[in-house]
Design a protein around this ligand. Structure first.
Ligand code: SF4
Ligand code: SF4
Ligand code: SF4
Length: 197
C-alpha cells in the first residue's frame, strides 16, 4: 500500500471516528470555534505514545483519548492492554493488575456468555473518556505482536478547545499532530456522507 493511500485512509478514518462520537454535535461545536477549515488530529502512523499528550494539552484532563478500533480488536479474554499479564493471578488464574492507571479502559462481554469458563467469552474493550488522560500506555501494550494494534490516541473534538496553536503540536517529538479537514466543513462533503453511512 502506498504512503499516500495510507494517509488518505487515516484522514477518512478520523472522519469516521468523529461520526461515531456524534458528528452533528462535533461539527456544531467546531464550526463555532475554528476560523479555518481544518482541525488538529494525531497521525497514528507517527505517534509513539510518548506520554506528552497527557502532560502538554492546555486542559487539565487532556483532550487526547485512547480509542479502540473494534474492527481490528481480537475481543480477547487475556488482553495485554487491559490487564498486566505479568501481575499476580487471582483465584481464577486471571492476572489481577491493570495497565491503565486511570481505570479508563473497560470491557463488557459480548455474544453468548460462558459462566463456567471465561476463556470462552468475547470481550469488547472501550474507553471511559471522562477518565482517560491520553497517557498511551494501553496503546503501547496493544502493539503487535502482543496485541492487534487496535488502540490508538486521538484528539476528541467534544473536549478540544482548538487552541490557536495546539500545545501538544509544539511539544510532540514525532511531529504527529497534523491538520485534517474539519467535519462538516470539507467542500466535497464526502467524509460526512461516509460518517453517516
Ligand atoms: S506528543 Fe506526539 S508522539 Fe507523543 S503521544 Fe502525543 S501525538 Fe503521540
Ligand atoms: S490512554 Fe492511558 S488513561 Fe487512556 S485508557 Fe489508555 S492507559 Fe488508560
Ligand atoms: S488544540 Fe488545545 S485543547 Fe486541543 S488537543 Fe491541542 S492543546 Fe489540547
Amino acid at each position: 500500500m502506498s504512503e499516500g493511500s495510507t494517509r488518505r485512509q487515516f484522514i477518512d478514518r478520523s472522519m469516521r471516528v468523529i461520526g461515531f462520537a456524534g458528528i452533528a454535535g462535533a461539527a456544531g461545536l467546531l464550526s463555532s470555534r475554528v476560523s479555518g477549515d481544518a482541525v488538529y488530529q494525531i497521525d497514528p502512523f507517527k505517534c509513539t505514545s510518548c506520554d506528552l499528550c497527557r502532560t502538554s494539552c492546555v486542559l487539565s484532563l487532556s483532550a487526547v483519548k485512547a480509542v479502540n478500533d473494534f474492527a481490528k480488536c481480537g475481543y480477547c479474554m487475556l488482553c495485554p492492554a487491559y490487564m498486566d499479564v505479568t501481575s499476580q493471578p487471582d483465584e481464577k488464574g486471571i492476572p489481577a493488575g491493570k495497565i491503565c492507571p486511570q481505570d479508563a479502559l473497560k470491557r463488557r462481554i459480548v455474544g453468548k456468555v460462558d459462566e463456567e469458563d471465561p476463556n470462552n467469552n468475547y470481550y469488547e474493550y472501550y474507553v471511559d473518556e471522562a477518565r482517560c488522560d491520553g497517557c498511551g500506555k494501553c496503546v503501547k501494550a496493544c502493539l503487535p505482536p502482543a496485541g492487534n494494534g487496535s488502540l490508538r490516541l486521538e484528539i476528541r473534538y467534544t473536549y478540544c478547545v482548538e487552541c490557536n496553536e495546539c500545545a501538544i503540536l509544539v511539544k510532540c517529538p514525532d511531529n504527529a499532530i497534523v491538520r485534517v479537514p474539519a467535519p462538516g466543513l470539507t467542500p466535497a462533503g464526502s467524509h460526512r456522507e461516509e460518517a453517516n453511512a
